[in-house]
Ligand binder design. Structure first.
Ligand SMILES: NC(=O)c1ccc[n+]([C@@H]2O[C@H](COP(=O)([O-])OP(=O)(O)OC[C@H]3O[C@@H](n4cnc5c(N)ncnc54)[C@H](O)[C@@H]3O)[C@@H](O)[C@H]2O)c1
Length: 441
């Protein structure tokens, strides 16, 4: 099939590249000329495992191309995907300006019926509004064909985006009974459904809600387990044992029960808040989600406060990990973005290492941070090491070498990846989350 994907960010680029990998003819479109120039040369503007190789393969095979020219890309396609960002806007509501702008541009330049597929995370009712806007433009242009709008929310995880796109748990499509759209989507996703992955058709509103409900539910599980950590720190116990004991109940399951400094990233924080804002707009409240958001904020603040208390004379803090999670360079809502300004304001010297996100961090903090070449280099002369992102490289470090490199001995484990007894055997002081000191050995 022939299609265009508008927006070549974390979602659009992976979507375009994976559709090309599945044998479709795909044009990736973006307004960012620098991004498109890089992509035309086969370079990925984002760090995502396996992506750059597939981009180069797609360009070479001719199934994938990139352009800034939306109008000419619409000439002979069956469908256009919109994968532009929907960042927090006024009152945490999703800012839909980019989505509407793409919908209107498509309506202004299309010369025949095209299916408009919205991949961005958008509040319920956005598909209807897009369709109204498109219809208005087409009417003004005197065109008699339609551009139906359907919803196909994206569930990929950064760091696992390529396998998640090629082998998703499920594909959700909101078509409102449009049989032609349904047939097109069945054909598009056939290489994936053929290997047994479910393609669910539903009404457009349900599809829009599935995305917010899924992210909100996952965020709530994280906040639930994090809620227990402070309780355990005061009463005894170890959150990892509690989570394991809970997770082996098949009704609960082990995933998203890892305690830590809370969720970040471009999706969970903004989607929870946007879902809350939509509910409020409709005169409703989501008390569970209010609590999810509040626990998440509290968890981050609580962890940062512990660092300040442990280092009253200030000194040097080494940060391990800067991105919001491993295997990505995405800094959106990363804990490091809150912690770095706090440390600098408090008079600390900051050193940091991250396998992929140092360049992005340097752009946000052009001064004040020493970017180190390795975890050990970052730990050199540090009074405390703070693990923020659980990249594999930090799991394997020799803690004795870390102790030798440091000036002080505090290790703050923001993701509970170390065994307290191993840390203490190396002569370091362990600060985990939800692990009472009585259960360290
Ligand atoms: N990042 C994720 O992990 C993830 C996962 C699932 C869903 N989503 C959702 O997918 C959507 C996109 O997220 P993202 O992380 O890919 O965003 P992003 O910021 O990485 O990418 C958006 C891209 O759209 C481009 N763009 C903006 N306006 C444009 C226009 N008018 N025409 C052409 N290009 C335009 C930008 O230049 C940018 O390259 C959001 O709604 C997000 O909530 C994101």
């Amino acid at each position: 099939m022939r299609l265009a994907v508008v927006g070549t960010g974390y979602v659009g680029l992976v979507t375009a590249t994976c559709f090309a990998e599945l044998g479709h003819s795909v044009t990736g479109i973006d307004i960012d000329e620098k991004k498109i120039a890089m992509l035309k040369e086969g370079k990925s503007p984002i760090y995502e495992p396996g992506l750059e190789e597939l981009i180069q393969k797609g360009l070479k095979s001719g199934f994938l191309r990139f352009t800034t020219d939306l109008p000419s890309s619409l000439a002979d396609i069956d469908m256009v995907f919109s994968a532009v960002a929907t960042p927090p806007g006024e009152g945490a509501k999703a800012d839909l300006r980019a989505v509407f702008s793409v919908a209107e541009s498509v309506a202004e330049h299309a010369e025949r019926e095209i299916l408009f597929v919205n991949k961005s995370t958008v509040p319920v009712g956005t598909g209807r509004i897009c369709e109204e806007k498109i219809t208005e433009v087409l009417k003004k242009r005197g065109k008699t064909f339609a551009i139906p709008v359907i919803s196909n929310p994206e569930f990929l995880r950064e760091g696992m985006a390529v396998p998640d796109t090629l082998m998703p748990d499920r594909i959700v499509v909101g078509v409102n009974g449009n049989e032609k759209a349904k047939t097109l989507m069945e054909e598009l996703y056939r290489p994936i459904t053929r290997v047994g992955k479910p393609l669910l058709f539903m009404d457009r509103e349900s599809a829009e809600i599935v995305k917010y409900a899924s992210n909100s539910y996952l965020a709530t599980r994280i906040s639930f387990i994090n809620m227990l950590t402070e309780f355990i720190e005061k009463n005894g116990g170890n959150i990892r044992h509690v989570a394991e004991g809970m997770g082996l109940d098949h009704r609960i399951g082990p995933k998203f029960l890892h305690a830590g400094i809370g969720y970040g990233g471009s999706c969970f924080p903004k989607d929870v808040k946007a879902f809350l804002a939509t509910a409020k707009e409709k005169g409703l409240s989501f008390p569970i989600l209010e609590a999810t958001d509040a626990v998440n904020r509290h968890q981050r603040e609580r962890f940062f406060a512990q660092i300040l208390v442990a280092l009253p004379s200030r000194g040097t803090v080494c940060l391990w990990g800067l991105s919001f999670k491993p295997r990505t360079d995405d800094m959106r809502e990363a804990p490091s973005l809150d912690l770095i300004p706090l440390l600098l304001k408090e008079g600390f010297t900051v050193a940091a290492h991250d396998p992929a996100a140092m360049e992005n961090t340097r752009m946000l903090f052009p001064s004040g941070i020493r970017f180190a070449t390795s975890p050990l280099d970052a730990a050199k002369d540090a009074d405390a090491v703070v693990l923020l992102t659980e990249w594999d490289i930090f799991r394997g470090v020799d803690l004795n070498d870390v102790k030798s490199a440091m000036r002080g001995k505090d290790l703050f484990d923001g993701r509970n990846i170390y065994e307290p007894k191993d840390v203490e055997a190396a002569g370091l002081v362990y600060h985990g989350i939800g692990i009472h000191s009585s259960s360290h050995s």
